[in-house]
Write a protein that binds this ligand. Structure first.
Ligand code: AMP
Length: 215
């Protein structure tokens, strides 16, 4: 099963992707997570990515395409993958199609999360993450059992540096201008699945899995 998950910042891509990838037994590949890891390790790519991410801008297409190209050719992707947050521009989508063609593989479903814009800012400012296992929380809708601590591994949670109101504005306009056109791009390829991204995370994840299986 080869899947993409797309949606506005704060639509819940990472949260739902975790459950979906577990269900189908495929790796969850988030370009945002790859960049954050590289930023933490201060690799040359991480330092470059940070200069874009901290401003709410996109990392250049050529850098991003290369990372995905390498990643999906690793052994764990033989039976499929779930890409989260890629592609984000038409150039990336066109390049990704070329990569898929060379590898002689096809996308099965592109999940597009529908979330009202009014919910997005609140979701982003209340988002907290575990730096160790990557689990995501929301201070209102998906609280950790103990304040500020990951339920699964006990690590102290953190807030992403780009999850502030100023950067969110830029990320939302980048989404509307550069990423939203991909909905039409994948609709034309007959692989688009629009799903409701609002509500209880466990319930929504189950609904998405069922919709993928029935697609
Ligand atoms: P995310 O975790 O998906 O919200 O991504 C965090 C940030 O990483 C984004 O705001 C971008 O700056 C960068 N990023 C993630 N994926 C991509 C991509 N496909 N193309 C360019 N930049 C990306």
């Amino acid at each position: 099963m080869r899947l993409l998950i797309m949606g506005a910042p704060g639509a819940g891509k990472g949260t739902y992707a975790e459950g979906i990838s577990k269900h189908f037994g495929i790796p969850h590949i988030s370009t945002g997570d790859i960049f954050r890891q590289a930023m933490q390790e201060e690799t040359p790519m991480g330092i470059l990515a940070k200069s874009f991410i901290d401003k709410g801008h996109l990392v250049p297409d050529d850098v991003t395409n290369e990372i995905v190209k390498e990643r999906i050719q690793k052994a764990d992707c033989l039976d499929g993958f779930l890409l989260d947050g890629y592609p984000r521009t038409t150039q990336q989508a066109v390049e990704f199609d070329k990569i898929l063609k060379v590898l002689e593989i096809k996308l099965d479903v592109v999940v597009n999360l529908l979330v009202d814009e009014s919910l997005i800012v609140s979701r982003i400012v209340n988002r907290r993450l575990c730096p160790t296992c990557g689990k995501g929380y929301n201070l209102i809708t998906l609280k950790p059992k103990q304040d500020g601590v990951c339920d699964d591994c006990g690590t102290e949670l953190y807030q992403r540096k780009d999850d502030n109101e100023e950067t969110i504005k830029s990320r939302l306009s980048v989404y509307n201008e550069q990423t939203k056109p991909l909905i039409d791009y994948y609709n034309k390829q007959n692989v688009l699945l629009n799903v409701n991204g609002e509500g209880d995370a466990k319930v929504v994840t189950k609904e998405i899995i069922q919709a993928i299986e029935e697609f």
